[in-house]
Design a protein around this ligand. Structure first.
Ligand SMILES: Nc1nc2c(ncn2[C@@H]2O[C@H](COP(=O)(O)OP(=O)(O)OP(=O)(O)O)[C@@H](O)[C@H]2O)c(=O)[nH]1
Ligand SMILES: [Mg+2]
Length: 232
């Protein structure tokens, strides 16, 4: 008996992600997929990041991924930005945001009026790294209390991401963790990774992170304007 083995599911997911990317490029919205273990500080960092971007007159939105609950969305709502919640529990409880959720979120968002869309992925240092959503940048948040071994033990996440926010820097005096060793381990896994030591609590280091985001967005918007001129 021949048993059919399904092989094209990831292809479908990637095709949808490519369509998402086309939509983002056409709208000139810069999309960042934020990933980490549970509790590394994604939501806290997002709140600070959005506040800093808004103070520059930039328009942000969030796709908030969680298996269940709207708790993180409720934390971000007071910023006054559009927030769409993706809960995976009713659809099997996936441990990552899939490209179909991003597609559905696009329908709910004023996509042409945005400068940034942040995707807060589900807290997990493994699964979310496997899925392309159509984003421009993948960023991992690693908080210092998680320890120096994580980049080596969970390498895919560190290979896939272009930047790493080393969060909870304010806790350094209380921890047996070495930032130089962490940097060395990150660079063993991904020599191109850009590392931003930050504290979402105190705000230290966030200026450099914002400049990096802005550099990416401005590159995209230059392409976007160029494409509009090509058409006209
Ligand atoms: N001391 C300190 N605490 C922080 C910092 N950033 C976040 N926290 C705290 O860490 C805890 C978890 O932060 P969240 O922002 O909810 O983490 P998360 O990654 O969004 O968590 P999940 O969405 O559940 O995966 C909260 O109690 C935050 O107040 C920081 O820079 N320093
Ligand atoms: Mg969160």
């Amino acid at each position: 008996m021949r048993i059919p083995v399904l092989t094209n599911l990831l292809e479908e997911s990637d095709a949808l992600a490519a369509t998402n990317r086309q939509t983002f490029e056409a709208a000139g919205v810069f999309v960042v997929n934020l990933m980490s273990s549970p509790g590394a500080g994604k939501t806290t960092l997002l709140a600070k990041t959005i506040d800093l971007l808004q103070s520059r007159g930039l328009r942000c939105a969030v796709l908030e991924g969680d298996i269940t609950s709207t708790l993180d969305s409720e934390r971000l709502a007071p910023l006054g930005v559009p927030v769409v919640q993706a809960n995976t529990e009713p659809f099997g409880g996936d441990c990552h945001v899939g490209s179909h959720f991003v597609r559905a979120a696009i329908e709910q968002l004023p996509i042409h009026e945005l400068d940034y869309l942040f995707i807060e992925n589900i807290g997990n240092l493994v699964c979310p790294a496997e899925f392309y959503l159509g984003e421009h940048r993948k960023v991992v948040v690693l908080s210092l209390p998680e320890g120096e071994d994580k980049p080596v033990k969970y390498p895919l996440m560190f290979r896939e991401c272009q930047a790493c926010l080393l969060n909870k820097l304010d806790l350094l005096p209380y921890l047996d963790v070495s930032v130089p060793l962490l940097r060395e381990r990150i660079s063993t896994v991904n020599g191109d990774m850009i590392v931003f030591p930050v504290s979402a609590k105190t705000g230290i280091g966030l200026g450099t992170w914002i400049e990096w985001l802005e550099h990416g967005r401005q590159e995209l918007q230059a392409r976007h304007v160029g494409a509009r001129h090509d058409v006209s």
